[in-house]
Design a protein around this ligand. Sequence first.
Ligand code: BGC
Length: 721
Amino acid sequence: MLNGKFIGVKEKSSVFTVENKFIVKNAGKAILRATALGLYFAEINGVRVGDRYLTPGWTSYNKMLQVQEYDVSALLKEGENVLTLTVGEGWYCGRLTWKSKIKMYGRQSAVCADLILSDGILSTDESWTAHESYIRESGIYDGETVDYTAQIKPLTICEVPFDKSALVEQICEPVRDIERLAVKEVIHTPAGELVYDFGQNMAGVVEIKTPEDFNGTLTLQFAEILVNGNFYTDNLRSAKATDRFTVNGAKTICPEFTFHGFRYMKLTGGELPKENVTAIVRHTDMKRTGHIQTGNTRFNRLYENVIWGQKGNFVDVPTDCPQRDERLGWTGDINAFCTTAAYNYDIRAFMKKWLADVRNEQAEDGTIPHVVPDVLGRNNYGTAALWCDVIVFVPWKLYQMYGDITFLQDNFEAMKKYMTAYETNIENGLVVHGFNYGDWLALDGEEFKKSIFGRTDTVFLASAFYLECLRIISDVANVLGDVAERDYRKKHMQTLKAIRTEYVTPNGRLACDTMTAQALALSFGIVPEEFRAATAKALNENAEAHKYCVATGFAGTPYLLFALADNGYSETACKILMNNGFPGWLYEVDMGATTIWERWNSLMPDGTPNPDGMNSYNHYAYGSVMEFVYRRIAGIEASEAGFKKIRIAPNPCKGLATVKAEYESVNGKIVSGYEQKDGKIKFTVEIPQGVQAEMILPNEKPLIVTSGSHVYERAWEELTN
Ligand code: BGC
């Protein structure tokens, strides 16, 4: 796949450049193929090649390393040319996790490339020269130090051994500069610091333009929030998130091998007019597919917060957060957020690449790591409900959204292996062993026990997720026509029986009374049909008793509103969604959030960060609520995988008098919305060509509709925005 050798340097060097001067006789078509153990970018004759950043991305490098390809024909000239490749440590051997692990994948960064010219191939080997880079140091968490005045010293090339069988073609879209944000406000804080506010929490870098007469070092630091008006970085924990640029004269500078999660940038070493400072949003260049617009400004902000949460955490790997010493591919977070993400953007390629790594990282015994790529080690493997279940849930969710059967084919073996791993944690049909995160960060346990695991009984929660894994894998086997279906269905029945024996009383009461337990029981079919209504009623009363606040955590939240709406309590679901109280989605909006927070109370009502720490202001997990808005309020849902058949069943929500949702499915664009005015409601839908839709207006019988636009007007009680 690549002829070149992996080359690095003998000296200790955070960043280095390798170089080759070569003669081109006939400048024709030229292709550069390259990858690195670390991060790299290429330049030909001083011009940066391509528009990709953080290449080759983050994978379980020793098992899978992506190769990038660039058409560089336009950059070459006849005569002498120079190809340089600059290499940073990145995820490969830089600092990772809050435990400051280094050299996770190998001791030394290196690069490997072939330049394919019309008259031959130029490949990296020991004959190349190496020197220091003007990028002096760079780390994902700590930031980048660039010194354009540094004396660049030569370095010594060496070959770095690497097993090339791990090389694969690039699977997903690259990370690119997607948007540029101007400074909203220049702030002189009470502490006397100079801070630039971009008005939006995001992931990326800041580009600085120094004026002609500048000579010195600018230091840029990054923060998500101000506390009492001051720049606040405690929540970044050990991540230094600091860029330093030493420059003499006019220059446009922005870092290469790092990114930050921030809204605010503190500048020291000079004062620049705001026109010279721009935030660049960098993330995987996915196609946007979903949009929701309503007449309610606060709700629209919530929706934007979810979108920004995705932009900030789809930087090559689906991460928990983009700012602190973590930024890891936490499996539970993406399991919760996956369907919302797939409505918002086309995430097929992005998830294909990541799922390949989930399989790469799966242990021999079938267990799955809590983060992928795995950097936490063997103690963080298992069958943790929601987290490790990702290998079963996520391919299924993606198959539903895209109808692409390879999501099932590619992952079925891994799913089966995983279900075997579950067996060791089961006693009498219930999941009683193995580590679980429970209902992570649900506030219902925190009040009394200071527990970040929520109040829901862990055995119930884990067994419920196991049951759902069995249901999904049975359905997967069915789609694939695999005989294993029978055994999984049988096991599903046995598990259901065991859970009912333990947790559903003979008269139908659920022994575990949290909102999460009730929502899971309804969503995963745990309560017998005859007791469904009673459980739904109990959940509704629970919601009322909690003043329509969200008492659920990572595990329960994605199911809560569905469990209510699908069992006759749509109005309650909407009350929770639109609640201004704490904890709730709009509470965050009212507190000024521009992304979704990690905890419901990451900012306390007085505007200070939660004193317990672990406060990320850019965590997409609770953004999973938009799945409910797309599927139940706008009512856009696939009734056959990949939207080959669709169901449109809008559910007007109090507080949202107008809603318009669009989804560009793989089978065409679907629109659904309503507008309420003067005692009437107007539903507008658009069905793509060649797709059959079932249209279900509230309290009416389903209609079959065909492609094109349709409008339905009905009498309706007043909805306010
Ligand atoms: C992460 C999460 C993750 C969790 C697991 C946190 O540190 O930020 O979002 O899922 O750990 O418990």
